[in-house]
Design a protein around this ligand. Structure first.
Ligand SMILES: [Zn+2]
Length: 308
């Protein structure tokens, strides 16, 4: 029996809301559309949200001869699950470290994808906000209604397999902690960290996330380690949190480590996220050095942070 088939049947037995994905065949999507961009993430049923398979259906959907079909997990209120997708390419390591430091525990069923992790939570029984695709900042995204996740041992397009860090056979999908739900609620109205100075906000207690996210953007524009560490210093020297909560104080060594980590871990590739970086003409030239970075623009970038 293939690993996918064995797992799919076991998930269906556990009551996890799963459905089949097209297999990856010779580095292409099994849907046979050579232009398909959803390789390894292409649902077979068009109405996948309502195609949750039973145990007999799993036995049939993953029978041999159909290729190594991946396993999708429906997220949403009906499925009773949502996920948090942590992308290491966008700073998830630093964010998760920061959460840990603040005592924000995230232990739940977790699988590892090619570039990060998926944390699974039970859909809250009562919550005033629709859990959809909130961007929690620092490389973390919510996967809620109208989304799905790919489960181990499905094949990722990178050639790696998704694998369990904490499997649903060893522990239950946890209730979402209240601080996470509060964070989702706070992020439900998108407030870009960088805009034209009118409506942007760095909310109280989110200065560190804003810093990390901005360091990631600088990196994507071609700035190196020295520039990122230099920016961090200017930011710490000139900006202050508006409240006295010791939890909101940013440790300088920790921030330097995060800046170096971002510079070393990520290639200085250019992203599509450049648009929100238009800050009153303060956009540094790609490949610029620490000396060419207009540090005076820090205030323009974080206008709602208090400065000395
Ligand atoms: Zn496809």
């Amino acid at each position: 029996m293939s690993a996918e088939r064995e797992a799919a049947i076991a998930y269906a037995r556990l009551g996890l809301p799963i459905f089949p994905l097209h297999p990856i065949i010779d580095d292409r999507c099994g849907c046979h559309d050579s232009k398909c961009k959803a390789i390894g993430k292409h649902p077979i049923p068009t109405g996948w949200q309502n195609s949750i398979v039973s145990v007999p259906a799993a036995e049939s959907c993953w029978r041999s001869g159909l290729g190594a079909r991946g396993i999708g997990l429906v997220c949403g209120p009906k499925a009773g699950i949502f996920g948090v997708d942590a992308d290491r390419r966008h700073g998830a390591d630093a964010t998760l470290q920061d959460w840990k430091r603040r005592g924000r525990r995230i232990e739940t069923v977790t699988d590892a994808s090619g570039d990060g992790w998926h944390f699974l939570y039970r859909w809250p029984k009562s919550f005033e906000v629709e859990i959809r695709a909130q961007d929690l900042g620092g490389g973390l995204q919510v996967r809620g209604a109208a989304h799905f996740l790919v489960l181990a041992p499905s094949l990722h397009h990178s050639g790696k397999r998704y694998q369990w860090i904490r499997s649903p056979f060893d522990q239950e999908v946890a209730e979402a902690p209240s601080w996470l739900l509060e964070l989702i609620a706070a992020k439900s109205h998108r407030t870009p960290i960088v805009a034209d100075g009118e409506q942007q906000l760095v909310k109280i207690g989110e200065r560190y996330h804003a810093l990390v996210r901005f360091l990631g953007l600088l990196r994507s524009m071609g700035f190196g380690e020295k520039a990122l560490v230099g920016f961090t210093d200017v930011f710490l020297d000139t900006s202050v949190e508006v409240d006295d909560d010791p939890d909101h104080k940013i440790d300088r060594d920790h921030a330097h480590a995060a800046a170096r980590d971002i510079a070393r871990r990520y290639l200085p590739y250019r992203t599509k996220q450049k648009a929100p970086l238009v800050v009153r003409g303060a956009v540094p030239a790609p490949g610029g050095s620490v000396s060419s970075f207009p540090f005076q623009s820090v205030r323009a970038v974080f206008p709602h942070t208090a400065y000395r």
